[in-house]
Design a protein around this ligand. Structure first.
Ligand code: G6P
Length: 369
């Protein structure tokens, strides 16, 4: 068993470390840096309908839903197509407005999640084109979709999803760029700029993993906390949700993820000197906004763990602990940011002596309703 884990203590730890490789495998051969173009494979099967889509609906469950929330930012920014993101178990039991001008995208690691599969069947029946982002060749969702973008994460054993998530996000990034290319909402130069940043992601994750010991020291400090709050804005808001989910799933500590600007409408009431608050605040278009949220937390004596861009000293006076991530395009800062939260959750759970790879009550793939 140790051999399968390649020297790591748990599959989750191994899978966290496999992310640079998994992303390389996922994006390989899908674009040309020189030409600033994305290859055809991604949209195979739906290419001829793209000009007709007036709306995209992304549906998923759990961590895959968080990837979908990030996909919305990419598609709206790059391809200028309105996107809704829904939870499959909500989508399937509602009166829907879907037609043949809708592109439905299911995101699912396993391709077997019952709610996601049913949601896809409903959308297809209503005339939508259905695409999937999926990690398992031959799975139910990939067989029924008109077009599947495969993530090449390899088998993910840990119940808490890590490399499946980051490869989904990388796929959605390329998917959005290809929609932009087809719809001509971006020039090849603009596309090339983002591709150049995308190819840096594996190395940026490697560098983030070098902070593992420091993040372990934080896990030791905070493993007995009763509650956590995770905050982010814009593209890193879903990372706040994902960071909180990961902690809940494997450490059984209550954690809440929130859009930082919404904190004042509720969660701010929870803040006191016992509450650790993870704040994802890399350099970005919303840096000043999130900095003011850090101030709000600090002035109520909350404990601030700030994820910041390397070399940024702007929050030093406010942050109790600062975790640095390498500089990268704002849209892609989600990668190093989520890796920080994965490592933190992993160490909290393992320090608490919990079954990291098989957390209680959870299943890797939920094939029943
Ligand atoms: C379960 C897993 C999660 C996963 C979710 C959706 O809850 O524990 O890690 O995100 O299902 O799975 P899918 O295979 O559809 O991505």
């Amino acid at each position: 068993v140790m051999a399968e884990k390649a020297g790591y203590s748990h599959f989750m730890q191994k899978e966290i470390h496999e992310q640079p490789r998994a992303i390389i495998d996922t994006i390989r051969g899908k674009f040309s840096l020189e030409q600033g173009t994305i290859g055809g494979e991604l949209l195979e099967g739906i290419q001829h309908r793209i000009k007709d889509f007036n709306r995209i609906v992304i549906v998923a469950c759990g961590t895959s839903w968080h990837a979908g929330l990030i996909g919305k930012f990419y598609i709206e920014k790059f391809a200028k197509i309105p996107v809704e993101v829904d939870i499959a178990s909500e989508f399937r039991y509602r009166d829907l407005v879907i037609d043949d001008k809708t592109l439905f995208v299911a995101i699912t690691q396993s391709g077997e999640t019952a709610d996601t599969l049913s949601a896809m069947r409903i959308a297809k029946k209503m005339g939508a084109a259905v695409a999937a982002v999926c990690n398992v060749v031959g799975s139910s969702v990939s067989r029924e979709a008109d077009s599947t973008v495969y993530t090449h994460a390899g088998p993910e054993i840990g119940v808490a999803s890590t490399k499946a998530f980051t490869t989904q996000v990388a796929s959605l990034f390329l998917f959005a760029l290809q929609l932009a290319q087809t719809k001509k909402t971006m020039t090849p130069d603009q596309i090339r700029h983002y591709l150049k940043e995308l190819v840096r992601v594996p190395e940026v994750i490697e560098k983030t993993l070098k902070h593992e010991d420091y993040i372990l020291s934080l896990a030791k400090k905070f493993k007995d906390a009763k509650d956590f709050l995770y905050l982010g804005r814009n593209v890193n808001y879903p990372i706040a949700l994902e960071g909180a989910l990961k902690l809940k799933e494997i450490s059984y500590i209550h954690a809440e993820g929130y859009p930082a600007g919404e904190m004042k409408h509720g969660p701010i009431a929870l803040i006191d000197e016992n509450l650790p608050v993870f704040i994802i605040c890399p350099q970005s278009s919303v840096y000043e906004k999130i900095a003011s949220n850090v101030q709000e937390v600090k002035s109520r004596d909350g404990i601030v763990l700030a994820v910041v861009t390397e070399g940024d000293t702007g929050l030093d006076a406010l942050a109790d602990h600062k975790i640095e991530i390498p500089a990268i395009a704002e849209e892609l800062s989600v990668f190093p940011a989520v890796v920080v939260t994965q490592i933190f959750s992993y160490y909290v759970a393992s320090l608490l002596g919990l079954d990291v790879d098989q957390p209680r009550n959870l299943a890797k793939s939920v094939t029943v309703e």
